[in-house]
Design a protein around this ligand. Structure first.
Ligand code: ADP
Ligand code: ADP
Ligand code: ZN
Length: 214
């Protein structure tokens, strides 16, 4: 099963993708995480991507489709994958269609996480992640049971993304509305677009996604 989670920065894609991964044995493919790993390793792609990401703009379609295509070929994706943050442009969506055909895979559903822009700055600026296992948290909306200790792995070190600032969110939102939102009619036309209320509480969003998948 190949699923796409589509939504603005802070809509909850990563949060729900982690839950789907744990529950359904699908692999979460977050292009943002892959790019951040490339930046941290200082690879050629990472060097190119860093300044683009810090400006809140989009990394080139060629780089992104190359990364996803190579990743889908790895054996852990054979049961399926959740695409979190890809595709983000029409060119990426078209490239994904042809690569899936080539790899004999099919796209089962595209789930739009609908949110109002007003909530996204607070979501993004309050976001942090366990440095050890990558579990995501929020200062107000998703705290670990014990403050400062990761629920999943017991880790006590957390990181925040350098692009999770109020200013960058504005450019990222603009990129979302200009370049990514056009994918909604694209997938609606294919009859595979579904929607959940991204404004609802995290557990409720999970329930809505599970209901769609059943
Ligand atoms: P995305 O991957 O779409 O950018 P995340 O899943 O990282 O978004 O969510 C952004 C932040 O908002 C995280 O800190 C997360 O804990 C929190 N969050 C996610 N979904 C919700 C929700 N439905 N209500 C409130 N906070 C949420
Ligand atoms: P968010 O979770 O807030 O939506 P991501 O972690 O998905 O953000 O992406 C962070 C940054 O990485 C983006 O602002 C963009 O610069 C880059 N990026 C991630 N995925 C893509 C993509 N598919 N195409 C172009 N740029 C991307
Ligand atoms: Zn952890």
């Amino acid at each position: 099963m190949i699923l796409i989670l589509l939504g603005a920065p802070g809509a909850g894609k990563g949060t729900q993708a982690q839950r789907l991964q744990d529950k359904h044995g699908l692999v979460q493919l977050s292009t943002g995480d892959m790019l951040r790993a490339a930046v941290a390793e200082g690879t050629e792609i990472g060097l190119k991507a860093k300044s683009v990401m810090d400006r809140g703009e989009l990394v080139s379609d060629d780089i992104m489709t190359g990364i996803i295509s190579a990743r889908l070929d790895q054996s852990d994706c054979k049961n399926g994958a959740i695409l979190d943050g890809f595709p983000r442009t029409e060119a990426q969506a078209e490239a994904l269609d042809s690569m899936l055909t080539e790899k004999n895979l099919s796209l089962d559903a595209v789930i739009e996480m609908k949110t109002d822009d007003e909530v996204l700055v607070e979501r993004v600026t309050g976001r942090y992640t366990c440095a050890n296992c990558g579990a995501g948290y929020h200062d107000s909306f998703l705290k670990p049971a014990k403050e400062g200790v990761c629920d999943k792995c017991g880790g006590t070190e957390f990181t925040r993304r350098s692009d999770d600032t109020a200013e960058t969110v504005k450019s990222r939102l603009q990129a979302y509305h200009n370049q990514t939102a056009p994918l909604l009619p694209y997938y609606r036309g294919k009859g595979i677009l579904k929607q959940v209320d991204g404004m609802a509480e995290i557990d409720e969003v999970t329930r809505q996604i599970e209901a769609l998948l059943n």
